[in-house]
Design a protein around this ligand. Structure first.
Ligand SMILES: [Zn+2]
Ligand SMILES: [Zn+2]
Length: 398
């Protein structure tokens, strides 16, 4: 069946690429993917899919659709995110974005097109499918706190689903390859927002002021001691200070307060708990020592993406069959984050990277760069892999 799936995906190659170009020309940012959703719904309805729910998070964005196979069985979900980024495109291609300062610079146009290609393939083998394939076209992967995946899970998108698969195109790996990983693959992303309040005064008389810059300086260093001294060397964690503001331009004024923001990245929820607790303790202690008051807002934006071993092995076997074993390799841990993690908190799943880098075409530029682009030649294999994964899961459960 995988051979048939692959051939079907190749036969739909031109349509898949045309869809990618359409989405690329008409990008919509997080929670504004109304026209993108309409286009997807239109195609799915024509293919005979049942629209389970359209619109999430109080918007018209995102859709869940089912294909009920000809035989009884379980339910497997496949996910594609569909949002673009607020960025001015710098690619000179015929299908470049027509919207100023909106661009598909992460490849979610390719994700939507590939999953529609998968939908076409599965529709053709529908009678043979033992169970239901659920397609999740997810809005707002790039939105931070209001994550599209979280909204979809809360609004029942995974009800009745046994397992889930999803991929991200990857400009760091060559076209024709896949990077998989069992266990953690992408980091949890936390943000911290701190104000240290001292007492301003004349720069010549610090004894009459409470200088918050001393506490801030101590804190920058002591936060790194949490990484080095409180977390096992076998774990992976990063604490970064991204913003630090004190005073204005005047040289002889001790500022009243310092604001600091930063991020914490981790893979193990227990480590995440340790770091947050340690940060709260160290901040409180250093502020007390420096006679400063403080307010801290620590936000857990996105959990770590933790792949299920068995489901990952299903995807690995399918990728090896479609791309050749030599083209399927284990991924490193990636310090970026993905709201796909919310799906994997709910059901066992896997998330992997589909290589789209082709230096001759310039598709090896970093994600989120104004010149980011996807190698269209990678798309039919992506559609085949997702369809093959669904087939493999359902035949296993049946
Ligand atoms: Zn992305
Ligand atoms: Zn992105």
């Amino acid at each position: 069946m995988l051979k048939k799936i692959k051939d079907l995906a190749v036969s739909h190659g031109e349509e898949i690429v045309a869809l990618r170009h359409h989405f690329h020309t008409h990008p919509e940012v997080a929670w504004e993917e109304v026209e993108t959703t309409k286009k997807i719904v239109d195609i799915l309805e024509k293919l005979g899919y049942t629209i389970v729910k359209k619109g999430f998070g109080g918007t018209e964005c995102g859709v869940v659709a089912d294909l009920k196979g000809g035989k009884p069985g379980g339910c497997v979900a496949l996910r594609a995110d569909i949002d673009a980024l607020p960025l001015q495109e710098e690619n000179d291609v015929p299908y470049a974005s027509k919207k100023p300062c909106v661009m598909h610079a992460c490849g979610h146009d390719a994700h939507a097109a590939m999953l529609l290609g998968t939908a076409m393939v599965l529709a053709k083998i529908r009678d043979e499918i033992p169970g239901t394939v659920r397609l999740l076209f997810q809005p707002a992967e790039e939105s931070g706190l209001k994550a599209g995946a979280k909204a979809m899970v809360e609004e029942g998108a995974l009800e009745g689903v046994d397992s889930i698969g999803g991929l991200h195109c990857w400009s760091l790996a060559p076209t024709g390859t896949v990077l998989y990983r069992s266990g953690p693959i992408m980091a949890a992303a936390d943000g911290w927002y701190l104000t240290i309040k001292g007492k301003g005064g004349h720069g010549s008389a610090p004894e009459n002021a409470i200088d918050p810059t001393i506490t801030a300086a101590n804190l920058v260093l002591n936060l790194q001691a949490i990484v080095g001294r409180e977390v096992s060397a076998k774990e992976t964690v990063v604490i970064s200070t991204g913003v630090m503001k004190a005073g204005e331009t005047v040289f002889n004024i001790i500022p009243d307060s310092v604001t600091m923001n930063g991020t914490v990245r981790s893979f193990n929820p227990a480590v995440q708990d340790t770091v947050e607790a340690a940060m709260r303790r160290v901040i409180a202690g250093l502020c007390a020592a420096g006679r400063c008051e403080f307010s801290l807002d620590y936000k857990r934006f996105i959990p770590a993406t933790i792949n299920d071993h068995e489901v990952t092995m299903t995807a690995k076997a399918v990728c090896e069959d479609i791309l050749g074993a030599e083209n399927v390799k284990e991924s490193e841990l990636v310090m970026g984050s993905e709201d796909y993690s919310y799906f994997e908190q709910k059901v066992p799943g896997t998330y992997f990277f589909l290589g789209t880098a082709n230096p001759d075409k310039g598709t090896n530029t970093a994600h989120h760069h104004p010149k980011f682009n996807v190698d269209d030649d990678a798309l039919p294999a992506g559609s085949a892999i997702l369809a093959g994964f669904a087939w493999a899961r359902l035949t296993k459960n049946g």
